[in-house]
Design a protein around this ligand. Structure first.
Ligand code: HEC
Ligand code: HEC
Ligand code: HEC
Length: 425
């Protein structure tokens, strides 16, 4: 593995684990050769387990492998796939029902090739992204899993219907659609950029939602991060071109990923758990690596003034906005601390497709807790209050007032979107 050694040192430093290494070495010097091997491997085990714990957070394993109200990592959470429900499995160290029966090589195959002890895994388990994991990081995750408390809990049978209930069929899918590649750093890019690329595309598995899929449900490599519809929301285009066009800065992305809230708006839908369980745990240097990769630059990005083009009281959307929305989002779209985010400069408004504006107005957003200092009210659902014409007028008003997007949405666009959004209920 080409980058393993450097990478290992680098991630130790990121985790602040240099210290424990140094201590081990001091001990070694004073104890003499007999104990050297023992001390060394014990310390390596501990640091591998700690590193594994961190990597598991970034990979969001707990979120998927824990049932609602269930015990951590014991599995049983259902995933709706186009073919039926698939349940996550018990990955605690239990020997009968969990990972305890997996050797490292078998674990490696599950993580990289989607092949478990009982056959091919459904790609609800994002091995198509995890396959980029280095051997070293796969080992650290294995070490951590084997150190977890064993929980005896049998796996649930999947409800996937014929012919997809045959794991053999998945083998064929795997052969056509999954191409396990080793992660290779790009020589012409900086170290943070490469680290960010690795975190985002392997453990972060961001492409599983943000990259469109082809007819075989495989991520389309040439449309990497260009945006896709997931559970009735648009997992937006997050290519560097688009994020830079919307004037995201390193600090904006850092706020979004740590607090769920930023100068450019909030996270909601499938993006909220990503922040809450996973990316809010990134170390500072990993956070910088991620924003360097997403913005495709290590340099500071200038934060421009947030867009507010002034009100146009003659437009039908003006009355609707001041009547329904301004109480929370501010008359001039400036937002209110701990009530609602600003409309000015909000990236949800500044997109070619108004998908998420319409989805949010129709369905609202449940009250979300971000951290001890940041929380917002719930965003109400207006599906019963606003007609299609009013939805159109509001969406157009938000766009022309607080973004560079044109106010040219027509009724057909709104009706098509409505159908698409409710199709996923
Ligand atoms: C998006 C949800 C999701 C995430 C994130 C996820 N998994 Fe999974 N995982 C699943 C599902 C669903 C299955 C069951 C697939 C099947 O039965 O074919 C599974 C299966 C597995 C298996 C095979 C288990 C067995 O019992 O044979 C292993 C190992 C595994 N996951 C480890 C991990 C690790 C480690 C992480 C974090 C780095 C992780 N998973 C993150 C959904 C997820
Ligand atoms: C489970 C699906 C899912 C996963 C996984 C996911 N996202 Fe998202 N993401 C979304 C959705 C849906 C939105 C739109 C809602 C919003 O703005 O929060 C979004 C929005 C975003 C935005 C805001 C974009 C904008 O223009 O407002 C950024 C940035 C982002 N995601 C980055 C990431 C990164 C980086 C990862 C990987 C760590 C990731 N996402 C993983 C679903 C997902
Ligand atoms: C009771 C307060 C309240 C009212 C009234 C309200 N909103 Fe919201 N809105 C919120 C909150 C809170 C959020 C952010 C929720 C989150 O992401 O945690 C939000 C989010 C949004 C977003 C997504 C912004 C982002 O950060 O990405 C849009 C667009 C939006 N609201 C539009 C509207 C419109 C249009 C109206 C009037 C029809 C309206 N809101 C009325 C509280 C409100």
């Amino acid at each position: 593995m080409k980058l393993a050694y450097q990478h290992h040192l680098a991630s130790l430093k990121w985790l602040g684990l240099n210290l424990s290494k140094k201590l081990t070495h001091t001990v070694l010097l004073s104890v003499g050769l007999g104990l050297v091997a023992l001390t060394c491997s014990a310390a390596d085990d501990t640091s591998a387990i700690e590193r594994g714990a961190y990597l598991m957070k970034i990979g969001d394993c707990v979120a998927c492998h824990t049932a609602v109200g269930g015990r951590e990592l014991a599995g049983g959470l259902p995933f709706e796939t186009p073919f039926g429900a698939v349940y996550s499995t018990n990955i605690t160290s239990d020997k009968d029902t969990g990972m305890g029966k997996y050797s490292y090589d078998e674990f490696f195959d599950a993580m990289h090739h989607g092949v478990g002890i009982n056959g091919n895994l459904y790609p609800a388990m994002p091995y198509t992204s995890y396959s980029l994991l280095t051997d070293q990081d796969t080992k650290a995750i294995y070490a951590y899993l084997m150190s977890t408390k064993p929980i005896k809990q049998a796996n649930l049978d999947n409800d996937v219907y014929f012919p997809f209930n045959i794991r053999f069929g998945l083998k064929a899918w795997n052969l056509v659609a999954h191409d396990a590649k080793e992660f290779t750093p790009k020589k012409d890019k900086s170290e943070p950029w490469n680290r960010g690329n690795y975190l985002v595309n392997s453990l972060g598995h961001c492409g599983e939602c943000h990259t469109p899929r082809d007819s075989l449900f495989a991520m389309e490599p040439d449309k990497h991060f260009q945006g896709a519809i997931i559970e009735g929301l648009e997992a937006s285009n997050i290519t560097p071109t688009e994020l830079n066009r919307q004037n995201w800065t390193h600090d904006d992305l850092k706020s979004l990923f740590t607090e769920g809230y930023s100068r450019k708006g909030t996270v909601f839908g499938g993006m909220y758990p990503v922040v809450y369980h996973s990316f809010s745990h990134l170390t500072d240097s990993d956070m910088h690596a991620v924003s360097s990769y997403l913005l495709d630059t290590d340099e500071a990005v200038e934060a421009k003034a947030l867009t507010f083009n002034g009100h146009q009281p003659k437009l039908p959307g003006y009355k609707l906005y001041t009547g329904y929305c301004a109480g929370c989002h501010g008359l001039n779209g400036e937002g209110r601390p701990n009530v609602a985010p600003a409309m000015a400069g909000n990236s949800t408004l500044d997109k070619a497709s108004p998908h998420n504006i319409v989805a949010v107005m129709l369905k609202g957003i449940k009250s979300q807790h971000y951290n001890t200092t940041t929380s917002f009210y719930a965003m109400p659902a207006y599906a019963d209050k606003l007609s299609d014409e009013q939805l159109r007028d509001l969406a157009n008003y938000l766009r022309v007032t607080w973004s560079p997007q044109p106010g040219n949405l027509d009724l057909n666009t709104i009706r098509d979107l409505k159908e698409e959004i409710f199709e996923h209920d």
